[in-house]
Write a new protein. Structure first.
Length: 437
C-alpha cells in the first residue's frame, strides 16, 4: 500500500476523534452503561491521572474485546534484544563506530521482533528513566504476531525499506526520511511492504525512550513557527482486525520478552478519541534554522523531539536531524566543530553523507561519542573546509540524525564484539597535522 492509501489527522498533542464504523463512539460520555455496537469501553493512560493538562495524555478506545481478556504471559527468548541495566561491560571512554547491521539472508526469515539488535542504552526502565538504542534488520512481516513495549515508547527511524505500523489506533506507513513514534503500551505489528524487487526487507534504528514522552522543544526567541511544526505530525484513523484464530502477543516488560497466545487480534479498536496516540513525521518538513552571518548555532537547533527530564533544558533524550540545508556562514569553519560534550551522542545516517565525515560513516551505520569523548571532523574534512571558498553551498541529499542523552550510553557486549564494529575508528583523526607557526 502506498502512503496515499492511508488516512491521517494532523497535529501534535491534539485530542483526536476517529471511528472505523459510524456510530461506534458514544456521545457525551466516555463510559456509558452500554457502549455503542456492543463494544467495550477502555481507557489507556499515557501519563498519571493527575499530571498537568499540558502533558496529560490518555485515549478512550471502543473495542471488540477488552484487552483484559488474555491468558498468562510466559518468558520467551530475548534473542539480540536487551534492556536495562546496561552493565555487562565496564564503561569504555573510546569513540565507537559501526558499519550497518547486516541484512538477513533470504533463507533466514526474521520479523521485526526477531530482527532487533540492542546496541546500548542507559537509565532504568523500571523507574522510567533513560533510553536504549536498537537496530533492526528484517525480511518478514509480523502476520499473527504483535508487539507491545511496556518499558518505553519507540521512535522508529527507517533507513532502508518502508514499515507499515498496524497499531491499536490504526495503521501508519513510514518510509525512510520519515520517523514514527508508538507510545508505551500500545500494541502493534510491523508489516514490511514489498519493495520493487518483490522481496521485502527493512533496516533502521529505534530509540526506546524510558523517560517522559517525546514532545516538541520550546522555541524561545525563534517564535511561534519553525523547526518541527505541529501540523506536520500525522496520527492514524481508527481501523480494526477481526481475527478468531490464535495469535501471539509479545510484551517487552522489565527488559525481557514475554508472550501470550490470544484467541483474537489485540488490534480490535473500532473507534477511539484521545491524545495518547502514535504519530509520524516527515523530516523533509523540518524548517531548518542556521546562521545567516557567521559561526553556527549548537546542534540543539536541529531538535525535532525531546524527552524532557525534571531539570529544565536537560533532556533524557533528544532526537535531532541534520537535514538538507544551505551553508552561508562568512569566515566560518562550516562543518561541525571539534568538541567535547557532557551529553552522550549516538549518530546514525539515513541517506547521503554527513558533513563532518568524508568517509567511513555510511547509511545504516552509526557512531557513539559518549560523555567527553573528543570528536569532530576527520582530517580530510578539516583540510577541505579550512581551504574552501566560502560561497553559499547547499548540503543536499543527506539525512543524519542523533539520539543525544544526558546519561552515558553503555554499549552491549554484542555491539562491542560485533564483526561490523570498526576497530580502527580512531584513525579518522590520526591524519590531523600541527599547523602552528
Ligand atoms: Fe558531537
Amino acid at each position: 500500500m502506498a502512503d496515499d492509501e492511508f488516512h491521517y489527522s494532523s497535529g501534535f498533542g491534539n485530542e483526536f476523534v476517529t471511528e472505523a464504523v459510524a456510530g461506534a463512539l458514544p456521545a457525551g460520555r466516555n463510559s456509558p452503561q452500554r457502549a455503542p455496537l456492543g463494544l467495550y469501553a477502555e481507557q489507556l493512560s499515557g501519563t498519571a491521572f493527575t499530571q498537568p493538562r499540558a502533558v496529560n495524555r490518555r485515549t478512550w478506545v471502543y473495542r471488540i474485546l477488552p484487552s483484559a481478556k488474555h491468558p498468562s504471559f510466559r518468558r520467551i527468548e530475548n534473542k539480540q534484544l536487551s534492556g536495562t541495566p546496561f552493565d555487562e561491560l565496564e564503561p569504555d571512554p573510546n569513540r565507537l563506530r559501526w558499519d550497518p547491521l547486516p541484512l538477513p539472508a533470504e533463507n533466514n526469515p526474521k520479523d521485526f521482533i526477531d530482527g532487533l539488535f540492542t546496541l546500548g542504552g542507559n537509565g532504568d526502565s523500571k523507574t522510567r528513566d533513560g533510553m536504549a538504542i536498537h537496530l533492526y534488520a528484517a525480511n518478514q512481516s509480523m502476520v499473527d504476531r504483535y508487539f507491545v513495549d511496556s518499558d518505553g515508547e519507540l521512535l522508529f527511524v527507517p533507513e532502508f525499506g518502508a514499515l507499515i505500523l498496524h497499531t491499536e489506533l490504526g495503521p501508519l506507513r513510514v518510509d525512510p526520511g520519515e520517523v514514527a513514534v508508538v507510545p508505551r503500551g500500545i500494541r502493534f505489528r510491523v508489516e514490511l511492504p514489498e519493495a520493487d524487487s518483490g522481496y521485502a526487507v527493512a533496516r533502521g534504528y529505534v530509540c526506546e525512550n524510558f523517560g517522559a514522552a517525546f514532545t516538541l522543544p520550546e522555541r524561545g526567541p525563534i517564535g511561534a513557527n519553525g523547526l518541527a511544526n505541529e501540523r506536520d505530525f500525522l496520527s492514524p484513523h481508527a481501523a480494526f482486525e477481526e481475527r478468531n484464530h490464535q495469535v501471539q502477543v509479545v510484551n517487552k516488560f522489565g527488559g525481557n520478552l514475554w508472550a501470550a497466545d490470544y484467541d483474537h487480534s489485540p488490534l480490535d479498536v473500532v473507534a477511539w478519541h484521545g491524545s495518547y496516540v502514535p504519530y509520524k513525521y516527515d523530516s523533509a518538513n523540518f524548517m531548518v534554522i542556521g546562521t545567516i552571518s557567521f559561526d553556527h548555532p549548537d546542534p540543539s537547533i536541529f531538535t525535532v523531539l525531546t524527552s524532557p527530564s525534571d531539570s529544565q533544558g536537560l533532556a533524557n533524550v533528544d532526537f535531532v536531524v541534520f537535514a538538507p540545508r544551505w551553508l552561508v556562514g562568512e569566515d566560518t569553519f562550516r562543518p561541525p566543530w571539534f568538541h567535547r560534550n557532557i551529553m552522550s551522542e549516538y549518530m546514525g545516517l539515513v541517506a547521503g553523507q554527513y558533513d563532518a565525515k568524508a568517509e567511513g560513516f555510511v547509511p545504516g551505520g552509526g557512531s557513539l561519542h559518549n560523555t567527553y569523548a573528543s570528536h569532530g571532523p576527520d582530517a580530510d574534512t578539516y583540510a577541505r573546509a579550512s581551504a574552501q571558498e566560502l560561497t553559499p553551498q547547499k548540503l543536499d541529499g543527506t539525512l543524519a540524525f542523533m539520539f543525544e542523552s544526558r546519561w552515558t550510553i553503555l554499549p552491549t557486549a554484542q555491539a562491542m564484539s560485533a564483526p561490523f564494529r570498526q576497530r580502527d575508528y580512531d584513525d579518522v583523526w590520526s591524519g590531523l597535522q600541527r599547523n602552528f607557526r
